[in-house]
Design a protein around this ligand. Structure first.
Ligand code: FES
Length: 115
């Protein structure tokens, strides 16, 4: 991808909300996952040990109900990893499996108390 194409990519705003209510707003391109954007911006609570291989569960987030339709459901493989997480809730997702696109601009994700 050339520099011009990179500069022309739409930006996506993400808000990460910690369990204590602290908010962290970041802006990123749309060619990455929510996990990659979080790690690049050193967002608390997103460890991402496996770096997006859908194998560790340390990029776990909760998707607020108003975003669940746009984010979509977990795949079978993701669901399997989510099943190993004690803090799992019905709205749990792995942020490495949330591919950003302009429709997710403004997406808010909650991070669990501890991973
Ligand atoms: S980074 Fe390991 S499952 Fe998402």
């Amino acid at each position: 991808m050339g520099l011009l194409a990179t500069l022309e990519r739409p930006s996506v705003k993400l808000v990460f909300v910690r369990a204590d209510g602290a908010r962290r707003e970041i802006e990123t391109g749309d060619a990455c996952s929510a996990m990659e954007a979080a790690v690049a911006n050193e967002v608390d609570g997103i460890v991402a040990v496996c770096r997006g291989s859908c194998a560790c569960g340390t990029c776990h987030v909760y998707v607020p109900p108003e975003w669940s339709e746009r984010v979509g459901p977990a795949s079978a493989m993701e669901d399997e990893i989510l099943g190993t997480i004690s803090l799992r809730r019905p709205n749990s997702r792995l942020s490495c499996q949330i591919k950003l696109d302009p429709a997710l601009d403004g997406l808010s994700l909650e991070t669990p108390e501890s991973q």
